[in-house]
Design a protein around this ligand. Structure first.
Ligand code: CP3
Length: 317
């Protein structure tokens, strides 16, 4: 999930003075934001403060964030020429500020709090690159995928290479686990996932696996193709709240599952929030491989005290 963010007053305070990209590009500030939820919430792990869209700058697509509208890609991908033009780049040279932030955060974190590095999965990145920003229907993305499948596969293959190398570089800098975010892949049918996406996620995870740290494969809306999603790779499979934890566990062979709290349950009265948390813990059935987490990012409307209460409840058993 996005652990730091607008729901935290300390984060909002920093954001008054710095844009989101400034925070990402300044290793001291990024490390500071990374540590905020660890101190404030008492969570077991930290996730480096960065964004999945950062590789768009060295890919020369142009990236900005506009208040209220989210990410904006200045030169979205429209055709084969745009895909062929994507430059190969050295992740340590072009995205070195992320690795610097990882080194700093690792030094400042308590020894028993692991640091997670991350990148966007090929499909989710392609959707932003083609739509030019957020989308509800992914119309341009799907049209591109069906109309020009060869170009689609070239694009996803290039993105898989970039994010695989980016993940491995983060591990070399000190990230002790790596997460691949396929946030919007649930908009696809099971068959289209297998045909158009799975080989590329597999490629990204295979490249990242050279780093020899645990890989977390994150998706939302994947319940209808969970077996294929898990088969693409990852030591930990992340699930959202649309499937009960025990039902997911019965379907896939995995050591570990991450999830599956509904983020909006943090907006519920305490008793209802507690019921959601306890239900997940019951379905986890004491399996050592359950990583309690939200099924997606914390909503900006969330009260920090509610998040803390969940952490305490999970720790208390
Ligand atoms: O949790 C953490 O502390 C790590 C930081 C983190 C950010 N982005 C910072 C950020 C992480 C893990 C991400 C991943 C990310 N970014 C994903 C995958 C995970 C998910 O939530 O699905 C995606 C799809 C993005 C792309 C992105 N970045 C969007 C759509 C937005 C706009 C969101 C909005 O509501 O306006 C961002 C901006 C962004 N990146 C924020 C944060 C904390 C929003 C807060 C802000 O504007 O300061």
């Amino acid at each position: 999930m996005r652990q730091a963010g607008r729901y935290m007053p300390q984060y909002r305070k920093l954001r008054q003075r710095h844009s989101i990209l400034d925070l990402c590009r300044n290793p001291e500030l990024a490390a500071e934001v990374t540590l905020q939820p660890v101190h404030r919430l008492g969570v077991d792990a930290a996730i480096i403060f960065a964004d999945i869209l950062l590789p768009f700058e060295p890919l020369r697509l142009g990236l900005s964030f506009t208040a209220g509208e989210g990410p904006h890609i200045q030169r979205p991908i429209r055709d084969a020429a745009d895909v062929e033009r994507l430059p190969a780049f050295n992740v340590d040279a072009e995205l070195g500020f992320v690795m610097d932030a990882i080194r700093l955060a690792r030094r400042e974190l308590p020894a028993d709090v692991p640091l997670i590095g991350f990148a966007g999965a090929p499909f989710t990145l392609a959707s932003y690159a083609i739509e030019g920003g957020a989308s509800r229907t992914f119309t341009k993305t799907k049209r591109f995928m069906y109309q020009t499948p060869d170009t689609w596969h070239l694009l996803l293959s290039k993105l898989a290479d970039v994010v695989g190398r980016f993940l491995a570089a983060q591990a070399r800098a000190g990230a002790q686990a790596l997460q691949l975010f396929d946030s919007w892949v649930g908009c696809l049918s099971p068959d289209d996932y297998r045909t158009y996406v799975q080989p590329h996620s597999r490629k990204a995870l295979t490249i990242a696996s050279a780093a020899k740290v645990p890989l977390i494969h994150f998706g939302t809306g994947t319940a209808t193709f969970l077996e294929d999603f898990a088969a693409a790779g990852g030591d930990v499979i992340s699930i959202d709240w649309r499937i009960p934890l025990d039902a997911a566990w019965a379907r896939i062979e995995t050591r570990a599952i991450q999830g599956n709290l509904e983020p909006a349950a943090l907006l519920a009265p305490a008793a209802e929030r507690t019921r959601h948390v306890r239900d997940i813990l019951t379905r986890a059935g004491g399996r050592p491989g359950h990583i309690f987490n939200l099924g997606h990012g914390i909503l900006p409307e969330t009260d920090v005290a509610a998040v803390r209460a969940v952490v305490e409840l999970v720790h208390g058993g």
